[in-house]
Each structure stands twice: as C-alpha cells, then as structure tokens.
Ligand binder design. Structure first.
Ligand SMILES: [Zn+2]
Length: 105
C-alpha cells in the first residue's frame, strides 16, 4: 500500500514541525530525509536516499533501501528497492528541507 504523505500536515504555519506522536514522528523523519536528498539532486532521474525501508516503521525488518524521483518537481515518488513499499510526498516545496533554492531566513 502506498503511503501518500502531505508534508504540510506535519508543519505549522511557521514551517516548524508540529508536536507529533511517536509514530508520526518516525514517518516524518523518514519523509524529511527523502525530501532533503531528492531536492539536493533534483535533476537526477533516480535519487538513492540513504535510508533503510524499515526506518518508516519500527515493526518492519526490510533492509531494502529507498529510491526516489521527482519527475515534475511537485510530487516526490519513492519506493523500496526490495519490497512493495512505496509512496508519494506532496507540499514539500519551500519547507526547511527543500534544497532546490537557497533558504531565506
Ligand atoms: Zn522494503
């Protein structure tokens, strides 16, 4: 089952992370690594994210790694190279983890 994540749901209006449940926090840690890795190499067709599949849920033991792509610069697609796990991330643009443009503080 694909995990469809709206990145903005994890953030408040100031772009800071909401206080999250342990489960949500784990998922968010997973997602932000993907966003950060993908936006760092946005021109690449496939970005290998330095993440293990099991990072997104502690009851998983899959040791596959995560590949991601962002073909249209709006929606990030990711999938595990060993199992069926996959998902999308939207509304990551302009967040703290968006490396596509210089961050303005
Ligand atoms: Zn997997």
């Amino acid at each position: 089952m694909a995990l469809k994540a709206d990145f903005s749901h994890f953030l408040n209006e100031n772009g800071k992370v909401h206080s999250l449940t342990e489960q949500a926090s784990m998922v968010f840690t997973f997602l932000k690594k993907i966003v950060s890795a993908v936006t760092f190499e946005i021109e690449q067709p496939i970005i290998e994210v330095d993440l293990q599949c099991s990072t997104r849920a502690n009851d998983l033991t899959c040791t596959g790694s995560i590949d991601a792509s962002c073909p249209d610069l709006t929606i990030i697609h990711w999938h595990c190279d060993s199992c069926e796990a996959s998902g999308t991330i939207t509304n990551w643009q302009g967040s703290m983890w968006d490396n596509t443009k210089p961050t303005i503080h």
